[in-house]
Design a protein around this ligand. Structure first.
Ligand SMILES: NC(=O)c1ccc[n+]([C@@H]2O[C@H](COP(=O)([O-])OP(=O)(O)OC[C@H]3O[C@@H](n4cnc5c(N)ncnc54)[C@H](O)[C@@H]3O)[C@@H](O)[C@H]2O)c1
Length: 370
């Protein structure tokens, strides 16, 4: 494709959509809303914005320098207008499945904010709609596109830590539910899908990404919120066993934390890796490897972009969206984070098995996903 990919941003008046719109329109340096400037990227352009809240959408269009974008308050009209080749969906979670299916049926490439679905039935419905689909799709598990995670995965594959035994991931993220009155949907199980689809799915995705095997069983325990008025359990402890015998322990909490914290540890027979996000940058990563002759110590140069702060505007959101744009322009499917990719489908299977395990008093639930 020689021309830019034309992208419609859906949920355009919302908090997340701004970060995604900037990722589509500008290069990696982003857009300075105060100076009202940024370098356009050569690959993609925001040609449409869509939201039910028209006044805020107009404001976003001006603030982000998206003057060429046409504004729609009807998603169906936007899809029918022929001004977009692809859509970026960042609406409340319970709308992800119906709006995604509509996009696929209209022949649009699809970048979907997480989560994939808010119910097991919805998840199956979307998976069925993807059968035989040759469009480019991507689910926004942004952390997969951190170079810290890419390098860690390479080391695991090279057996730098010996035989892998376990990966521990914590995801403490007091999610934003008060940016606007409209964001209160995040407190509702029906609209958000619960704590795992709402946020902890990111840590599960990382665990699956690093282990790179199919999950075989899940045990899940949940606890009620302590601070805010969620109508569902917000503290989740998960034990996932994989086909290669490796155990993934994921602890999540979307209610409270001193600040966003996605720390992780990899343990193998010949080494260990620790990522501690609250440390100063130069001491965030520490690791050892018998195979590489490295004693346990900090590594300030491990990765260029290991700046995981939970700030999607500042960190790597554009990298994820630009990966999608490049694939869509080439007419390629995304083997890493495509909606029908092994990673995304394994995470989906874990999410719904976890829900089943919690409902059965933390009994193990077996999985049958490839
Ligand atoms: N990947 C990440 O790290 C990350 C971070 C934050 C949020 N998210 C996801 O982004 C999505 C949006 O979250 P948010 O915090 O921006 O929420 P938000 O409530 O701020 O924004 C949602 C927007 O969708 C609009 N909307 C609702 N129904 C619509 C419809 N039928 N058609 C068009 N627009 C509609 C609302 O008016 C609102 O402007 C959620 O799915 C959330 O899970 C992902």
């Amino acid at each position: 494709m020689s021309e830019k990919l034309r992208v419609g941003i859906v949920g355009a008046s919302g908090w997340m959509a701004g970060a995604l719109a900037v990722g589509v329109e500008y290069d990696a340096a982003g857009y300075d809303t105060e100076k009202r400037s940024g370098n356009k990227n050569g690959q993609s352009v925001v040609t449409a914005l869509c939201d039910l809240n028209a006044p805020v959408m107009d404001k976003v269009r001006d603030e982000l320098g998206l003057g060429q974008a046409k504004c729609f308050t009807s998603y169906t009209e936007m899809l029918a207008s022929d001004v977009v080749d692809a859509v970026v969906i960042a609406v409340p979670n319970h709308l992800h499945v119906p709006l995604s299916i509509q996009a696929l049926e209209s022949g649009k490439h699809l970048f979907l904010e997480k989560p994939y679905a808010t119910t097991r039935e919805g998840s199956h419905k979307l998976t069925a709609a993807l059968e035989g689909c040759s469009l480019t799709t991507k689910l926004d598990y942004i952390m997969v596109h951190y170079d810290e995670q890419e390098k860690l995965r390479q080391l695991i594959e090279q057996r730098a830590f010996g035989e892998l035994a376990s990966i521990h991931f914590t995801y403490r993220h007091p999610i934003q539910a008060g940016q606007s009155e409209g964001q209160k949907w995040k407190l509702s199980r029906e609209k958000s899908g619960g704590a795992v689809p709402m946020g902890i799915c990111h840590a599960i995705a990382q665990t699956v990404f690093l282990i790179g095997e199919s999950p075989e069983s899940v045990i899940c325990q949940t606890r009620a919120p302590k601070i805010r008025e969620f109508d569902y359990h917000t503290q989740i402890d998960l034990m996932i066993t994989f086909a290669n015998g490796v155990v993934g322990l994921v602890q999540g909490n979307i209610d409270f934390a001193e600040k966003y914290d996605a720390r992780h540890t990899v343990i193998g027979t010949g080494g260990q890796f620790d990522y501690t996000p609250h440390n100063p940058l130069e001491s965030r990563v520490s690791w050892s490897s018998k195979a590489l002759g490295r004693k346990y110590s900090t590594d300030p140069t491990f990765a260029k972009h290991h700046l995981d702060s939970g700030d999607v505007w500042k960190h790597q959101c554009s990298r994820t969206i630009q990966d999608f744009v490049a694939l869509a322009r080439e007419g390629k499917k995304d083997s890493l984070l495509g909606l029908d990719s092994p990673l995304v489908q394994r995470v989906e299977a874990i999410i719904w098995a976890a829900e089943e395990s919690a409902a059965k008093g933390s009994q193990p639930v077996a999985l049958t996903v490839g």
